[in-house]
Write a new protein. Structure first.
Length: 186
């Protein structure tokens, strides 16, 4: 099976929210990282240009090691992985990666065939959706592939969050990587 990785040369190193000195981080960044509701909805209501999702890759693939550990899965186990860009006015503002263990993908099949539909519109319609953990990362530009690095507009790093969600006791990950365009335009 192939790898689904359209953004990285080295996977992110995540740390739980409690390990971050939020007071020392830029307030506008923290505000986006801690958003408790749908990121899709927040982007749509913040910006006045058309919103779209570009599917970059989806399929069964080995999870990133840190993601497999977070999901309590062996690193060789395959999961359904989906990578997208969230665009405003045709320009990428966020890229995202969803990791669904195979059993979760089977139980939540409505999450497996989204195409260019935003994941946030689906999962936030579930009344029992719970975010059970939030991890953050500060990702150095050198960890990103050359194509993604071009989206940084000279910035040396990007901020990211990894949400561990549960629906009907099914646990999955949604990782969101905030490009500089988001903060410059907000």
């Amino acid at each position: 099976m192939k790898s689904i990785n359209n953004f990285f040369v080295k996977e992110p190193a995540w740390r739980e929210l409690s390990q971050w000195p939020l007071r020392t981080m830029p307030k506008h960044v923290v505000d986006w990282l801690l958003e408790p509701n749908s990121l899709t909805n927040r982007i749509k209501t913040t910006f006045h240009k058309p919103f779209s999702v570009s599917l970059k890759g989806q399929g069964l693939a080995k999870s990133f090691l840190a993601d497999a550990q977070r999901l309590n899965q062996p690193p060789y186990r395959y999961a359904l992985t989906r990578e997208v860009e969230l665009n405003i006015g045709g320009k990428p503002f966020v890229f995202a990666r969803t990791t669904l263990p195979r059993k979760v993908a089977h139980n939540l099949q409505e999450l497996t065939h989204l195409g260019s539909k935003p994941l946030g519109e689906v999962i936030f319609s579930y009344p029992d959706l719970k975010r059970v953990r939030l991890d953050l990362a500060k990702i150095d530009a050198a960890q990103l592939n050359i194509t993604t690095r071009k989206l940084l507009a000279g910035q040396p790093y990007i901020w990211a969050r990894r949400n561990t969600y549960q629906i009907n006791k099914c646990t999955f990950l949604v990782s969101e990587f905030f490009l500089p365009a988001l903060f410059e335009s907000a």
